[in-house]
Design a protein around this ligand. Structure first.
Ligand code: CDM
Ligand code: ATP
Length: 297
């Protein structure tokens, strides 16, 4: 018997970042949108914990106990006093180290898959608690849709979305480390007053209406200057997408994936093609959102 869970990537339509806290984390107002690029995690009983991974970026994924899928299985088994004897196979389509929460997605998917396989019967609250222990983005990977994350980004409130938004994602030739981008944010912020992070009412209204033009006018990412400082070539990708007619162009989360909001599916295909021939990025993908979070298939 095995259990497969499908789990989406995310884009941050707003990422407001506060000053560094004493614990090193930053308070956020993080508006997440789940988009239709998916990993699948399959859990099968095994003699011991084992991780395998397939997909274009599989070579960059750790297969030891640092993998977020492994950490999820260990965390759940630890709470029940059982051994995490499971084979977790990750079919990976979400870019690795791309700012689209790929590792977090696998953590949430593995947790749900193991809970189902082992019949551990964790409540939604317990699953969310374990997700928050695994990482700031992991709870959102479980719930999907659209949500505002505060605190480290792990305390979620679901958001209404009045339509489907069409996106293009441009992958970069190399990854960016999330902690390094937050450190660069701190360096760039030195000597400045950092306001409390708050969600933009206009952005929340644009999401609720499903209005792509209004959303394009309000998207923002406080980590973007830091990501561009560490990876200046991303400015060329953003410009290429804007020139191709994207309504908005921004770095996704901590980057280096860049995200382009378009009016409809046809416009998304046109912007994607222009980015492919621009020579400013790696693979280009089209995806719409919101979509559901981690789901047992
Ligand atoms: C950039 C985002 O992807 C936006 O959604 C997230 O804030 C990052 O979430 P994540 O990858 O799940 O991050 P975590 O595994 O919790 O933390 C990794 C590192 O990122 C930094 N970090 C993360 C979240 C946060 N609110 N403040 C931080 O400063 C810290 O250096 C932390 O050690
Ligand atoms: N299941 C996993 N898939 C991918 N990377 C993983 C996984 N587990 C651990 N990692 C490690 O996490 C690092 C970041 O990968 P990930 O794909 O989660 O980045 P990200 O999409 O930028 O994350 P986020 O958007 O949450 O900041 C990788 O370089 C890898 O070493």
């Amino acid at each position: 018997m095995s259990v497969t869970v499908r789990v989406p990537a995310k884009v941050n339509v707003q990422l407001a970042v506060g000053a560094a806290r004493p614990d090193g984390f930053h308070d956020l107002a993080n508006v997440f949108l789940a988009v239709g690029l998916y990993d699948e995690v399959t859990a099968t009983p095994a003699a011991e914990l084992r991780i395998t991974c397939e997909g274009p970026d599989a070579g960059q994924v750790p297969l030891d106990r640092t993998n977020l899928a492994a950490r999820a299985a260990i965390a759940l088994a630890g709470r029940r006093g059982i051994e995490p004897d499971v084979h977790l196979h990750i079919a990976k389509d979400i870019p690795v180290a791309g700012g689209m929460a790929g590792g977090s997605a696998d953590g949430a998917a593995a947790l749900l898959a193991c809970d189902t396989l082992w019949g551990t019967g964790a409540s939604r609250e317990e699953l969310l608690e374990i997700c928050a222990e695994l990482g700031s983005d992991v709870p959102f990977s479980l719930v999907g849709g659209a949500a505002l994350g505060v605190g480290r980004g792990e305390r979620l409130t679901a958001l209404e979305v009045g339509g489907t938004f069409h996106w293009v994602f441009a992958m970069a030739g190399r990854g960016l480390s999330t902690p390094a981008v937050f450190r660069e944010f701190d360096r760039l912020a030195e000597g400045r007053d950092i306001p409390e992070p708050v969600a933009s009412p206009d952005l929340l209204a644009a999401l609720a209406k499903g209005d792509a033009d209004a959303l394009a006018a309000t998207v923002s990412n406080d980590l973007q200057p830091a990501a561009l400082s560490l990876f200046p070539e991303l400015a060329d990708t953003l410009a290429a997408g804007r020139d191709a007619g994207a309504l908005a162009a921004l770095v996704s989360g901590s980057g280096p994936t860049t995200a382009f909001l378009t009016r409809d599916a046809g416009a998304a295909e046109m912007v994607a093609e222009a980015l492919r021939v621009s020579g400013t990025c790696g693979a280009v993908r089209v995806a719409a959102g919101p979509v559901a979070g981690a789901t047992v298939l």
